[in-house]
Design a protein around this ligand. Structure first.
Ligand SMILES: Nc1ncnc2c1ncn2[C@@H]1O[C@H](COP(=O)(O)OP(=O)(O)OP(=O)(O)O)[C@@H](O)[C@H]1O
Ligand SMILES: [Mg+2]
Length: 266
């Protein structure tokens, strides 16, 4: 049996609400409704789920999904050891047993035959069949499933099936509005509000280039990186180049455009 203690979020994560998402999530949790968090990379989805787990005093089991992941990676498998074979629960089964919030990060990365294992957990059955073991695990009453989903990255071949999508309530996340994002960057890094405000304005310019040469705008996460370097004494222009320009693109023209945006503020 796994030790449940290890799954509790020990300290309150800093989370600055963007709208009424905390209340909505609480209501969804009270109904044990599966929830999908939608939004671009680095906008606060993981931080939000950590915060909610802490607030609801539930353990949190997080799984980073990828295309090599099999149903067994989620559900569990038999292992061979010195004494013979031994069943080991996968993270989804563990979460169902202990009554955790199970967060499947970037669920679309998983293959569809993997994704369907969540179906019986997300309807009235609230159970997970361990086919190889011949056991049906009923989810603990406190169990909840949360998945994240970045709508921008999907193509038609790699999207969730409607039969999966329509098992979730969804919350849209986006980059916070100026004042809130400035607050987040200042809080996370220790830079003053003026500096944080400039970083946010640079990001907003870059976000306008999404679809016009950039696949994705500068995330809040990258602004936090920039602030962290500046707080460590790195000259702001160099900090911005390292964290806001170079990770985003290798295209020389686009880099010039972004450098120019940085130069406007620093
Ligand atoms: N509302 C917020 N309150 C507090 N911190 C935030 C908020 N939004 C973003 N952040 C900051 O941005 C960083 C990135 O957020 P997070 O890791 O939650 O992104 P994500 O949406 O899960 O991204 P990904 O899709 O790439 O996993 C956090 O570590 C935190 O510093
Ligand atoms: Mg995340």
């Amino acid at each position: 049996m796994s030790d449940i203690e290890q799954y509790f979020v020990k300290e309150e994560p800093y989370y600055r609400p963007l709208d009424n998402e905390v209340e909505l999530f609480e209501a969804a949790y009270a109904a044990r409704m599966p929830v999908m968090l939608k939004g671009p990379t680095g906008c606060g989805k993981t931080r939000f789920v950590e915060y909610m787990a802490f607030r609801l005093k539930r353990p949190l089991v997080t799984v980073a999904c990828n295309e090599d992941m099999t149903a067994s990676d989620l559900v569990g498998r038999f292992l061979l050891d010195a004494t013979g074979t031994r069943w080991q629960d996968g993270p989804l089964t563990t979460a169902a047993r202990i009554g955790a919030i199970c967060y499947l990060d970037e669920i679309v990365e998983a293959r569809q035959d993997t994704t369907v294992v969540i179906h019986p957990l997300t309807d009235h059955r609230r159970a997970i069949p361990l086919d190889k073991k011949g056991e049906l695990v009923s989810a603990h009453p406190d169990f909840q499933l949360v998945i994240s989903y970045n709508p921008g990255y999907q193509n038609l071949l790699k999207d969730l099936k409607q039969s999966t999508k329509q098992r979730f309530g969804a919350l849209d996340f986006g980059y916070p509005e100026t004042a809130i994002e400035t607050e987040v960057v200042a809080h996370e890094t220790g830079v003053d509000a003026k500096t944080a405000g400039k970083l946010v304005q640079i990001a907003q310019r870059a976000r306008n280039l999404k679809g016009h040469g950039l696949d994705e705008g500068i995330s809040t996460r990258l602004l936090v990186y920039a602030g962290q370097l500046i707080a460590k004494g790195v000259e702001p222009k160099a900090a911005c180049q390292m964290t806001l320009v170079r990770p985003l693109t290798d295209d020389p023209d686009m880099r010039d455009t972004l450098d120019a945006a940085v130069a406007t503020f620093f």
